[in-house]
Ligand binder design. Structure first.
Ligand SMILES: NC(=O)c1ccc[n+]([C@@H]2O[C@H](COP(=O)([O-])OP(=O)(O)OC[C@H]3O[C@@H](n4cnc5c(N)ncnc54)[C@H](O)[C@@H]3O)[C@@H](O)[C@H]2O)c1
Length: 264
């Protein structure tokens, strides 16, 4: 049983998908949750749902690429929820104009945009949060959502993958720097997870086919990542830091060729 009573958590990008599921799981474990999203209606919907089930949640509209808004996010969470114990950085992805194209067609702006959305804001939230945690003097924990693209290569993924690989290494570097201060920092690399973002670009047939590529024979659900995030944020993971945990149903260990039909 994971007990996060009296803990305060921020979910950056908590308005839908993996972030929404993570906000719910943290609240169910007893944490007060700041649900942060650039789309305020998403943050409010998730926070209202948490409050309806008896949890405590504070919706916040924040553009995570803006350092001033990130600083205010940390200050407001401390004022209204009483400090910060857990930060989960979930927001990420590409602006639709990047269209997951091959690298030779990318503009400088597209490259910079991929870094801003996936890597730079993680630096900014980690910096602001670590400063708060050091001042509080009671440690804390951060979980960054990277991607399997951080550790594996795929066509059309160069900018996104490079940014997520940066998230993985930033996680390890910060874990080395702040372990002695009682601050644990880990990352998760999800495989393919069915969220509004991925459902929008994958037809149902493709999602159904995905089960053939994964040892656990299904596409991932947001709860699969949320469970790993809450574990890493909890004391059950008290001796775990600087790790990048792959949560992909085993997709990355599977041999990529179809196997012969079983004779049994
Ligand atoms: N879904 C997958 O298959 C998958 C796989 C690997 C990694 N990931 C990573 O997991 C994370 C979540 O993915 P998802 O599919 O749940 O995404 P999603 O688009 O469904 O949800 C992301 C939420 O974050 C918010 N957000 C994005 N950028 C923001 C910003 N700059 N400031 C404030 N809010 C912002 C969005 O408004 C949205 O509500 C991303 O970092 C993504 O790269 C997802």
């Amino acid at each position: 049983m994971i007990d996060l009573a009296h803990k305060v958590a921020i979910v950056a990008g908590g308005g839908r998908g993996i972030g929404e599921a993570t906000a719910h799981k943290l609240a169910a474990a007893g944490a007060s949750v700041a649900v942060v999203d650039v789309k305020p209606h998403r943050a409010e919907r998730v926070a209202n749902a948490i409050e309806k089930t008896g949890g405590r949640a504070l919706p916040m509209k924040v553009e995570l690429r803006n350092d001033d808004e990130v600083r205010e996010l940390m200050a407001r969470t401390c004022r209204e929820l009483g400090g910060i114990d857990i930060l989960i950085n979930v927001a990420g992805g590409l602006h639709s104009y990047a269209k997951w194209d091959r690298m030779a067609t990318w503009s400088d702006e597209q490259w910079d945009d991929a870094m801003e959305r996936n890597l730079r804001y993680v630096f900014s939230t980690c910096r602001a949060c670590v400063n708060v945690m050091l001042d509080q003097g009671r440690g804390g924990t951060i979980v960054n959502i990277a991607s399997l693209s951080a550790q594996r290569a795929a066509s059309m993924h160069s900018g996104y993958g490079a940014a997520k690989a940066g998230v993985a290494n930033l996680t390890m570097s910060l874990a080395a720097e702040y372990g002695a201060d009682g601050i644990r920092i880990n990352a998760i690399s999800p495989g393919s997870i069915l969220t509004p973002a991925t459902a929008a670009v994958n037809p149902p047939e493709r999602i159904a086919e995905y089960r053939n590529l994964v040892p656990l024979a299904r596409i991932g659900q947001p709860d699969d990542i949320a469970g790993a995030a809450v574990f890493l944020a909890s004391d059950l993971a008290a001796y775990v830091t600087g790790q990048v945990l792959i949560v992909d149903g085993g997709a990355s260990i599977a041999f990529p060729l179809p196997l012969p039909a079983s004779s049994t």
